[in-house]
Design a protein around this ligand. Structure first.
Ligand SMILES: C[S@@+](CC[C@H](N)C(=O)[O-])C[C@H]1O[C@@H](n2cnc3c(N)ncnc32)[C@H](O)[C@@H]1O
Length: 289
């Protein structure tokens, strides 16, 4: 009999009673920071909706292109909220390829994502320029205070706030309703002039029938069995998250359409029948100076 594969010991505070959004996403991306409960759930999702893996990879490549593009535009500070489990092509790695003086603070509320972030930064990070903190996006003032307290972000200089594939995770407030818009309004106030806001978010609007059916099934599974429910929004609702920030070119598009020329040389090409099969609507806005 082959020995059963042993599982890594989870960091303290990890809930292994339900699949976690962060760990299942890590499984889609081919990572190792996931446990049997996450893999079983992820496999069931993939069986019903095989496109989900490429959707996750295309989203990740969007993140990489945003970081490359903004670093080239002169941004030297990133606040990556809902950063997830670090995997190849994390924000600091991509930024360092363009400008090795870039500073990055990662934030997540999932202990596995934070623990893996710490391990990675211990190995290859620069404590003067990189940090990971455990905080919740629903508390903008507390999160901002903690991020600035790392000493890594200068609150008087422009910051690129990344909210990549996190706002379609339902964010219940004290009254049980989603409080993403309220939190976003506060982040837009807190960000210094000249800052950027990058958002990617699932929508069901204008997508073909096959991914539409897949998304409906995926939402049912997350809503009933995972650590967090899902919330899909219209394109107008996602665009509204930028408030009065001005969208930079090319505006809001499907993830593969955002600055494809910024794709790194080692990126595995992801192809979809149409860009809308990527189901994630994405863009970057800038606060006036
Ligand atoms: C789908 S993953 C996206 C990871 C990464 N941003 C990317 O696009 O590759 C969503 C992440 O958001 C995190 N998250 C969800 N709600 C959060 C909250 N309220 N505060 C902080 N992180 C949160 C989850 O733990 C997970 O790591």
């Amino acid at each position: 009999m082959p020995e059963p594969k042993s599982e890594p010991v989870p960091p303290k505070g990890v809930d292994l009673t339900r699949p976690s959004v962060a760990r299942v996403y890590d499984f889609y991306l081919g990572g190792t920071a996931n446990w049997a409960i996450d893999r079983e759930f992820g496999e069931r999702v993939i069986e019903k909706f095989p496109l989900v893996r490429n959707i996750a990879l295309a989203n990740r490549l969007f993140l990489n292109r945003v970081v490359r593009h903004l670093t080239r535009r002169g941004v030297r500070q990133f606040l990556d909220i809902g950063a997830g489990v670090p995997t190849a092509g994390s924000t600091h790695q991509v930024a360092d390829e363009v400008a090795p003086d870039t500073r990055v603070v990662y934030v997540d509320n999932e202990p596995v994502a934070v623990a893996h972030g710490e391990l990675l930064l211990d190995k290859e990070g620069d404590p003067a320029r990189h940090a990971v903190i455990h905080a919740d996006l629903r508390d903008p003032d507390g999160l901002w205070r903690d991020a600035v307290a790392t000493g890594i972000l200068d609150p008087d200089e422009p910051v690129a706030l990344l909210l990549i594939a996190v706002l379609h995770v339902f964010q219940p407030g004290p009254d049980g309703t989603d409080m993403s818009q309220q939190a976003l309004a506060r982040y837009r106030e807190l960000l210094p002039p000249g800052s950027y806001l990058a958002i990617s978010h699932v929508t069901e609007e204008d997508i073909p029938p096959e991914p539409r059916a897949g998304l409906a099934g995926l939402k049912r599974m997350y809503d009933t069995s995972s650590s967090s429910k899902a919330i899909w929004r219209t394109k107008a609702e996602i665009g509204g998250m930028f408030g009065d920030f001005a969208l930079i070119d090319p505006g809001m598009v499907w993830t593969p359409q955002w600055h494809p020329e910024e794709t790194g040389p080692n990126a595995r090409p992801i192809t979809f029948d149409t860009p809308s099969h990527a189901v994630i609507w994405a863009g970057v806005g800038r606060k006036a100076t």
